[in-house]
Design a protein around this ligand. Sequence first.
Ligand code: PEP
Ligand code: MN
Length: 360
Amino acid sequence: MNKRKEKTWLTIDKRPIVIAGPCSAESEKQVLETAQRLKATDRVDILRAGIWKPRTRPNSFEGVGMVGLPWMVKAKELTGFPITVEVAKASHVESCLQFGIDILWIGARTTVNPFAVQEIADALKGVEIPVLVKNPINPDLSLWLGGIERLEKAGIKEVGAIHRGFSNLGEKFYRNRPQWQIPLEFRRHRPDIPMINDPSHICGRRDILQQVGQKAMDLDFDGLMIESHIDPDNAWSDAKQQITPEVLGTMIRDMELREDYEDVQPLQSKLEYLRQEINHIDDELMNLLSNRMNIARQIGKYKKDNNMTILQIKRWNQIIEKSINHANENKLSKEFVMKFIAAIHDESINQQEKIFREND
Ligand code: PEP
Ligand code: MN
């Protein structure tokens, strides 16, 4: 049994576990109708709603506040859904505990701030409640892990992580760039913690929700948190990314769920074969890189002896151009090739700098 599934808030032995509900609770009617229509899809496990909204700019809707909590409780009575609400400070925690909210979550703008997370952790001392921690808005794995550790140190046993993407200047396709390597690295450190993907805040728009959610499933995430509104276009917050309960139901139904098939032999051996090939290629890459650095060091020595600068911008531009052409011809994304070649070039410069600093 997968270690992550031993967490009791995930004992519903189902993948994906689906957390759904509006970005914000707006009225009692909206919360109850959303909950009932989500229930009718038979694909949702936990109801979410924002009560206090951490908005990027002031003067936008900042949540209904405490009055929304009894609406959530009513929705739970009506549908049987466990309910989850975002908390950003101790007073939010106290109100949620008072109303019997089942699961708390910490938002991306709170995870960035260790003072705020610590305040929440302190308010939770001696309380048994599951807490889900969204990734911080900046791509900092330690901050995310650290947030979870603060809760664990306060005695919280049931934790989960939510991957909602990272803000990035100039990003146009996503609202928050997914940077999948970060949640994957998180799981390498903490394979015991369930990982939920939040395609709504990654995408910021409806048309690519399905493909991002599907990718999370293919990467063996445990669940999805998706925003759903009875009248998405008129939602008071995050209107562009919300979908109706019915659309959400179809989306989940259409997801392809592949298992990790750890104990199915024929599938494993084919996979094993492909992995061996990858291993060989990785070995070759390492050898090639090492050869390349060897030559870079020789060039470094030559430049030093002849009093030349390390970086020669014309040459660097040629390398970039050549690599981009290569990317276009070989089904590699330009973004990846640029990052790859920049990392190699960076290391070459470091190696040459070392040669420059060496005494003859
Ligand atoms: C939300 O879930 O509505 C929310 C505010 O998300 P995030 O913290 O990911 O921005
Ligand atoms: Mn939202």
